[in-house]
Every structure is written in C-alpha cells, then in structure tokens.
Ligand binder design. Structure first.
Ligand SMILES: CC(C)(COP(=O)(O)OP(=O)(O)OC[C@H]1O[C@@H](n2cnc3c(N)ncnc32)[C@H](O)[C@@H]1OP(=O)(O)O)[C@@H](O)C(=O)NCCC(=O)NCCS
Length: 176
C-alpha cells in the first residue's frame, strides 16, 4: 500500500469526484462521457483516496471474444491526479484491480496504452486478439494483454466490447 493512500472499489457516491478527475488528468481529451457510460454499465472500478479526496481511478470492462462468453476484460481509462502522478499510485491501483479480477476468475485483460507503462505490470503486445477497431501499424505494440490464469491458453479472434467502447475516437492511442 502506498503511504496515506487508500485503494478500494468505487462506490456510486464516488461518481462526481471521478468525473472531476478526468479533465485534470487528460486536459486535451474528454473521457467523461466514457466514464459515465462505464459507471452505468457497472464496470469494475477502483479508486485511490488521499486526505479524503479521490486522486486516482481505473475501470475494467467485462468483454468477450467474438461474442462468445470468454471471461476477459478491457482495462481503461486510468487516471491519477496530476499532483499525485509518479508516486506509485497508478501501479498500486492497477495491481489491486488485477488481483480482484483474477480472484473473480477473469482469464485475460486487454489494454490500449503506453507499453512502457503497462509493460511494468506484465502486459505484453498481443498480435492474436484483435482490438475492436483497426489500429495504425505503428501503434500495434500499444495493444497489449495480460494473462491472469495459470493456464495461458492463447486466445484468438476479435475483442467484442460493449456499446460504451464502440467509438473509433477511443481507439486512437493518446499520448504515445
Ligand atoms: C499514466 C498514469 C495512469 C500512471 O500512474 P502514476 O501513478 O503516475 O504512475 P506510477 O507512479 O504508478 O508509475 C511509475 C512508473 O510508470 C512509468 N510511467 C508513469 N507514467 C508514465 C507515462 N505517462 N508514460 C510512460 N511511463 C509512465 C514510469 O516508469 C514511472 O516510473 P518513474 O516515475 O520512476 O519514471 C498517470 O500518470 C496518469 O494519469 N497520467 C495522465 C493520464 C494518462 O496518460 N493515463 C493513461 C492512459 S494509457
């Protein structure tokens, strides 16, 4: 645990603070509509709290492969308050979320993001499972997966995401 930071699953009452966090962490991108949609979807969300304020959030959306019932999830978005970044809070939040998913039987987690960051958590570029939208060739390494199961049966096919994620603009990696 990071000193003086409590990490727990998000509660409905956290919604206003979560929505206030995103414009601060992503000043050039409006992720609030996605975050709202994910709250309605009951995505699995984790928050970091310090001095009674919310300083971090991460969401995991249950998904499937080509419409089958595989137990897989999509990670994102993730945000840490600008004045609390690079203090280990994001990593601690994601590790807590991944442990939770693993205990709940999720087999694989996918993410589109900076491999320099997600690689530290064990994510590896994935060429076998396709993202819902085609990515530019130079961004292929940003599509990554992490197996949470001991039986790492390789997966194939396309990730099927719920409506909240079916907007092409969300699949343009930002800040790579
Ligand atoms: C990216 C983000 C979630 C990481 O959370 P964090 O709490 O700041 O990161 P941590 O302290 O847990 O991780 C530390 C390490 O991760 C790496 N890292 C952190 N932020 C990084 C970034 N934006 N890009 C690449 N590597 C990064 C670094 O190696 C860092 O170690 P260092 O400070 O010793 O160099 C957070 O910085 C953030 O919200 N940034 C703005 C929004 C964003 O880009 N979200 C991610 C979308 S993919």
């Amino acid at each position: 645990m990071i000193k003086n930071v409590e990490i727990r699953q998000a509660l409905p009452a956290d919604a206003p603070a979560i929505e206030a966090l995103y414009p601060a962490a992503f000043p050039d991108e409006d992720l609030v509509p996605l975050v709202r949609d994910l709250q309605e979807l009951a995505a699995i969300s984790f928050v970091g709290l310090a001095n009674n304020g919310l300083v971090a959030h991460a969401a995991f959306t249950p998904c499937s492969l080509a419409g089958r019932g595989d137990n897989v999830a999509l990670l994102g978005p993730v945000a840490v308050a600008p004045d609390r970044q690079r203090q280990g809070i994001g990593s601690a939040l994601l590790r807590a979320g991944l442990r939770h998913l693993q205990n709940a039987g999720t087999g694989w987690v996918f993410v589109l993001g900076d491999p320099g960051y997600y690689g530290c958590l064990g994510f590896k570029p994935d060429d076998d499972v396709r993202p819902p939208y085609r990515l530019p060739e130079e961004w292929r390494g940003a599509w990554q997966s992490l197996s949470l199961s001991e039986h790492k049966t390789p997966l194939r096919d396309q990730l099927t995401v719920p409506q909240a994620w079916r907007r092409q603009a969300l699949w343009t990696p930002y800040g790579l």
